[in-house]
Design a protein around this ligand. Sequence first.
Ligand code: ZN
Length: 193
Amino acid sequence: MRFSCLLCQCEYFEEAAPFLCTSCFDRLELARPHSEITSLFRYNEASRKLILLVKIEGNYRALSCLCHLFLNSAQVGELSQRNQVIVPAPSSLWSRMRGRFDLAWLLSAALARQTQCKLQRAPLHLYWQTKKRSKLGEREGVEIPSRCEGKLPDTNTLIVDDVVSSGHTLRRTALALKNTRPNYLTLASALAD
Ligand SMILES: [Zn+2]
């Protein structure tokens, strides 16, 4: 059976990942290791296009492809074993109004289904961010908490987002959680090297 590739639209018989040909799969670059945040891919042209297909166009084949890559990653498997709770980073109101699929939520829900982790929504007030993050002009570095205030942490929480660009959303989500040791996982990283 023939499929057309999500990125180059070529027809092929064998897929390197669902709906992705081998040469387009090879265009996905692995993210550089980061001390605090685990990311699968670098936010390059190929990963950006796949992510936008999901978020802007609601493309279900692109969602299947990204979920497959995410759930089958050894890094993701290893991280989910060390955490009891998964919290998706909240999308801004701006992106919810324009977007179709909430990718951070869908990746988190798929991972929780596959593991023993509990899926938990971030505190509601974090969802009332109305402006697009990149328009806020925030330029801080990635200083994210490794422990949340309160009593000694009794759980490890994995905070999941689709793309990390400044670390601000991850930091804000972690600060709103109490009594937990946060870990950070994103599908793609746009952090400078
Ligand atoms: Zn292709």
